[in-house]
Design a protein around this ligand. Structure first.
Ligand SMILES: Nc1ncnc2c1ncn2[C@@H]1O[C@H](COP(=O)(O)OP(=O)(O)OP(=O)(O)O)[C@@H](O)[C@H]1O
Length: 246
């Protein structure tokens, strides 16, 4: 198709998400159109309750939208069965949470290998070590979460998300539980994955400093896209958030 030169990793077309019924119904997303280009990092921002987590979960196939289409590459995930969606999530999507969600009794290597093992495959030691090396933890494979800093634990969670070589890495407040220094550690890593490996990253954040690491910020208000900023600076993001009342 002429003009369709930008390769989108994820496309949302008119996405809506309603929760509940009747008087208690909440519109978490309304007619959201946006796309995330391959090999870029996008931050999603907006006031509390504006639909950021819902957008991320619908885009990642963790939740189903109630209107519109979500495409991963050119796959319309709304058209997939539950089994197909589970497989797509496992093979093409990585997800990182604010709270790391590591298994405390397992060392870093075993945490990284866990999703593949649960899917009935056993990654090789070399595969696990390679991904730990990529996140800068090549020497920490035997450490358990309690023996690592918050930033290191989040890097293990990122390694775990990367082991399947996902098309897109989604991160919901990846630095929300971290102090300034360890946040920078994690943001540097995400930036490096984008710049050196062409990884696509989409992250929700409340923090203008974190958002300024992204190539673009998409702002939400009341479940709708309010605007966006390319090459964001901390000041420009802060200003836009103040305008949004966030
Ligand atoms: N499972 C659910 N059931 C009912 N309402 C929900 C559910 N999940 C989210 N909502 C509502 O949808 C709206 C958007 O929520 P969402 O968590 O996506 O916002 P958010 O921007 O991520 O907020 P925060 O910054 O506080 O995490 C809110 O009004 C929320 O209360």
């Amino acid at each position: 198709m002429p003009g369709a030169a930008i390769d989108q990793a994820v496309t949302l077309r008119g996405v809506g998400r309603l929760y509940g019924r009747g008087d208690g119904q909440v519109t978490a997303l309304r007619d959201v159109h946006c796309a995330f280009a391959r090999g870029t990092c996008t931050a999603v921002m907006g006031p509390s309750g504006s639909g950021k987590s819902t957008l991320l979960q619908c885009a990642a196939g963790l939740d189903r939208s109630t209107a519109g289409q979500v495409l991963i590459g050119d796959t319309d995930i709304g058209a997939l069965s539950e089994a197909e969606l589970t497989r797509l999530r496992r093979e093409r999507i990585g997800f990182v949470f604010q709270s790391f969600n590591l298994m405390p009794s397992l060392n870093a290597r075993k945490n990284v290998a866990l999703p593949m093992r649960l899917a009935g495959r056993r990654p090789s030691r070399a595969q696990v070590d390679e991904v730990l090396h990529r996140v800068g933890l090549g020497d920490r494979g035997r450490h358990r979460p309690a023996e690592m800093s918050g930033g290191q634990q989040q890097r293990v969670a990122i390694a775990r998300a990367l082991i399947s070589q996902p098309d897109v890495l989604f991160a919901d407040e990846p630095t929300g539980a971290l102090d300034t220094n360890t946040s920078r550690e994690v943001l540097t890593l995400l930036r490096t994955l984008v710049d050196t490996a062409g990884q696509t990253v989409v992250m929700v954040t409340h923090d203008p400093v974190a958002a300024a690491w992204a190539d673009r910020v998409v702002f939400l208000r009341d479940g709708a896209v309010y605007g966006e900023l390319a090459s964001p600076s901390v000041e420009a993001v802060t200003e836009q958030m103040a305008r949004l009342g966030g």
